[in-house]
Design a protein around this ligand. Structure first.
Ligand code: ATP
Ligand code: MG
Length: 470
């Protein structure tokens, strides 16, 4: 029995008074039956949008006009939100564009069910009676843990709206379901329709696939890999991330790697911690290998080139600038001190320059990179050493940012009688670098002496030997 809130029951009673039945559909029913959390509530009935709006006005419910032409009205009751869509059947133009070219409102659950994508998403809960309607066989598929199109002809469902191919993979990943063989083969055949989908929509689905393990549960590399491999096999990676797909078949040293470059990237993304920047970085970290390998027969410089390619990919998929900058930084530096031979003082200077969070991210990608090779599973010495050092630096109150430095730009200008300008920033950076090695010098008195030293040396070229501690 699926529990519904008092607000949803109240809404259903109002819909009944208006002469219709209110059904919950989508995530609420599917996840309710699976015992998984529900994040948004989709409901539907035969009531037209205008009828829903006037019902809400009479009952004092809030509304947001979402997509009246598509029958959608958002209803707010006591702070709870319901997405109401009038029963409809949709038609689509040629190509795989996401939006229907024509929408016809209908009056039955049966008709409505077949305009939906997958059977497990087309289960209807009669809110008042608690009865479930299942026009497409979703209950059996839920039991078998299978994603299958609502219509027995997957071709129609998947060719109508190319986004459904991404959604198919996303649901399979989030729920850890398999895909029905015919649905899957058809998706493979129609994958080219993804070209008609906006980059933003593709990006959003890709993000959900990358974070599919933590939608309902704990971090789980196998689940993420399940989604990424489906994405690869159905042909979507080749289409949306062709630069990454070039890694297919590029073998690497068998002593270090079990997989080709493409699969290594998928494994690395799956191994890394569950946040979007890290997962994207894992996915793209070796994207520079195919072109560099083609040109030189080696992999040297793939980190630099990979950062440039990552920027192109992420810009094309309309990621925000902050995400792009962070991912490119990680891709750029993922080869740092590969042999784990850097001296502590060198590591300190580097980490001081990068900052604490970014340094931790580089440790993280190193670990996932090694684990993603499929050969080593246990500890990764360099990453462990870096984390240990970073912890030590934190314990020593090392300043990792301007804010943590015990002086301001104004102090520096006053001490050195400098006008505002880039030199102040340069000096600050030098002070930070110094304090990364000698955190005990982060006091106003010592920083003032140091600033005088640094500025004197700074008029010409910066000193080659690092400044010692006081
Ligand atoms: P989630 O838990 O991610 O919200 P959901 O199943 O509720 O899962 P939504 O994207 O909220 O997914 O969509 C609600 C319902 O609308 C789906 O279950 C499905 O029946 C239908 N739907 C959404 N997008 C599409 C689409 N592109 N094609 C066909 N049906 C769709
Ligand atoms: Mg939903």
């Amino acid at each position: 029995m699926i529990k519904v809130s008092d607000e949803l029951s109240l809404f259903a009673r109002c819909v009944e008074a208006a002469g219709a039945r209110l059904y919950a559909v989508g995530g609420l029913v599917r996840n309710g039956l699976l015992g998984l959390p529900v994040y948004d509530i989709d409901v539907c009935s035969a009531l037209r949008p205008e009828a829903v709006i006037s019902l809400c006005a009479r009952a004092g419910f809030g509304i947001v006009r979402k997509g009246i032409d598509f029958g959608m009205v958002e209803v707010h009751i006591n702070g709870k939100k319901f997405e109401h869509t009038t029963f409809r059947s949709d038609s689509y133009a040629e190509g795989g564009a996401h939006r229907p070219s024509a929408v016809r409102f209908s009056t039955t659950v049966e008709e409505d069910a077949f305009r939906r994508d997958f059977t497990v998403n087309a289960l209807y809960l009669d809110v008042l009676s608690g009865q479930i309607k299942d026009p497409t066989g979703g209950l059996t598929d839920l039991e078998k843990r299978i994603i299958r199109t609502t219509s027995p002809s997957p071709y129609t469902v998947l060719s109508d709206d190319g986004l459904r191919i991404m959604r198919m993979v996303r649901f399979a990943a989030e729920l850890y379901f398999d895909i029905d063989a015919e649905t899957y083969e058809t998706a493979k055949q129609l994958c080219g329709n993804l070209k008609d989908i906006s980059p933003e929509r593709i990006r959003d689905e890709l993000n959900k696939i990358l974070l599919s393990d933590v939608k309902y549960g704990e971090r789980n590399p196998e689940r993420v890999l399940h989604g990424l491999e489906l994405l690869r096999d159905v042909g979507a990676i080749e289409l949306i991330l062709p630069e990454l797909y070039l890694g297919r078949g590029i073998e690497q040293k068998p002593t270090h790697h079990l997989y080709d470059v493409l699969d290594h990237c998928l494994h690395t993304a799956a191994e890394i911690s569950p946040n979007l920047v890290m997962r994207l970085s894992g996915l793209l970290h070796d994207v520079g290998k195919p072109p560099v390998n083609l040109r030189t027969g080696k992999m040297y410089g793939h980190d630099l080139e990979g950062a440039d390619i990552s920027r192109e990919i992420l810009t094309r998929l309309r990621y925000d600038n902050k995400t792009i900058a962070e991912v490119c930084f990680i891709v750029r530096h993922h080869m740092y001190d590969l042999n784990n031979t850097a001296k502590e003082s060198t590591l300190r200077t580097t980490f001081g320059r990068w900052g604490y969070e970014r340094s931790m991210e580089i440790a993280e990608i190193r670990e996932a990179d090694v684990h993603g090779s499929g050969i080593i599973k246990g500890e990764v010495k360099s990453a462990d050493r870096w984390r240990e050092l970073l912890k030590k630096m934190k314990d020593e109150h090392t300043p990792f940012s301007d804010k943590e430095l015990n002086c301001t730009g104004e102090d520096i200008m006053r001490w050195l009688s400098l006008p505002p300008g880039p030199r102040v920033g340069d000096i600050k950076r030098r002070l930070l670098e110094h304090c990364a090695r000698f955190p005990q010098d982060n006091t106003p008195e010592k920083l003032e002496r140091l600033a005088r030293d640094v500025s004197g040396a700074f008029i010409g070229t910066p000193p080659r030997t690092p400044l010692g501690a006081f």
